[in-house]
Design a protein around this ligand. Structure first.
Ligand code: CP
Length: 356
């Protein structure tokens, strides 16, 4: 029999949850009602948008992670529904392709009892000349409470947050940030290795074009990790050193020190010139493979935000091996996105005097 929060220590600073409620069901997705799980809103959280991790405080990042952990536990690892967002509608405004982020936001909203609008740029009236802002305002006018936006232009979610009344969540803005990806990566590290402070986390690959790298760097640094960015000099700038990030170009020299390796994709779609002679050469120097695993710590954590290119940044035996938590990251994405939507929605209710 599954039980809610048999320990519950990690969020005792602001959450109070009724303990010992059975989650058993014979079929389908279970409903965890608020009568079963009372969640106290963390009053320090006031943000109505999630645009980046750079502007968040350490405390806000901890609230997001703790709330995600709570969502995960209350819903039996995101299998069950927790009806916190009834009468809430979210819209996915995706102007770039996505598998994980779009489906994860959709399912997270549904797990909380919300309705979801799916918008795809390629089949929309943008092709008839409608502007991006008018498109967003049109979707918002359908009584939408939150939009998740993915766009190739950095700053798009920030602009939308000044033009719309609903909450705006950054689902990835060009090479700038991907805050929910950063949060789910950090949550995964915390679940598997405990406190982030003092851990050495290397982000390997195309740092220059990676929004995932930026969100990880901001989040991990605020929580006290030692962050290394590693890759070819053409894709890893020394500028990161001014923020206290270690820059390395030789993966083999850093592997023995790392607790976590987060293997990033080479983002050819954002590059105007080839950053290295061949993919084969890149794989020889930077792919995580069994020979490199032999030189890593015994409990090294292998992560990748996906999509992964097998044989380029990671070999199949490592991607599917015992140190890999790549699919755990995906599950944690649901919990993080549930947490984000609930926190933003509650903050808005409180700011507008709608809160119960
Ligand atoms: N990690 C990530 O953002 O994946 P998608 O592009 O599939 O959403």
């Amino acid at each position: 029999m599954a039980r809610l929060l048999e320990s519950g220590e990690i969020w005792t600073d602001f959450f109070e949850v009724q303990q010992g409620v059975p989650l058993d069901s014979t079929e389908g997705v279970n409903e965890v009602t608020q009568e079963h799980a009372r969640i106290d809103f963390p009053s320090e959280w006031t943000r109505q948008h999630l645009l980046d991790l750079e502007s968040l405080t350490e405390r806000e990042i901890r609230i997001l992670l703790d709330t995600a952990e709570l969502m995960r536990t209350l819903t039996d690892n995101c299998r069950n529904r927790l009806s916190l967002l009834k009468s809430f509608t979210s819209a996915n405004l995706f102007f770039e392709n996505s598998t994980r982020t779009r489906t994860s936001f959709s399912l997270a909203a549904k797990r909380l009892g919300a309705d979801v609008i799916e918008f795809t740029a390629s089949s929309s009236s943008l092709s008839k000349g409608e502007s991006f802002i008018d498109t967003a305002k049109t979707i918002e006018a359908m009584n939408v409470d939150a939009v998740v936006v993915r766009h190739k232009t950095p700053g798009t979610p920030h602009i939308l947050s000044t033009r719309l009344n609903c909450s705006v969540i950054n689902g990835g803005d060009g090479p700038h940030e991907h805050p929910t990806q950063g949060l789910l990566d950090i949550l995964t590290i915390r679940q598997h290795r405990g406190e982030i402070a003092g851990k050495t986390v290397a982000l390997v690959g195309d740092i220059t074009h990676s929004r995932t790298a930026r969100s990880n760097i901001w989040g991990l640094k605020k929580l006290g990790a030692h962050v290394i960015v590693c890759g070819p000099a053409t894709l890893v700038s020394r500028d990161w050193e001014s923020l206290g990030v270690e820059v390395a170009h030789n993966l083999d020299s850093i592997i023995p020190r790392c607790d976590v390796l987060n293997l990033l994709r080479i983002q050819f779609e954002r590059q105007y010139t080839r950053p290295f002679p061949s993919v084969r050469e890149y794989a020889l120097l930077y792919a995580m493979n069994k020979e490199r695993m032999a030189r890593a710590k015994n409990d090294i954590l292998i992560m990748a935000p996906g999509p992964i290119n097998r044989g380029v940044e990671v070999t199949t035996d490592v991607a599917d091996g015992p140190h890999s938590v790549i699919l755990h990251q995906v599950t944690n994405g649901l919990a993080v996105r549930m947490a984000v939507m609930w926190l933003l929605s509650e903050a808005k209710k409180r700011a507008t005097g709608v809160a119960a």
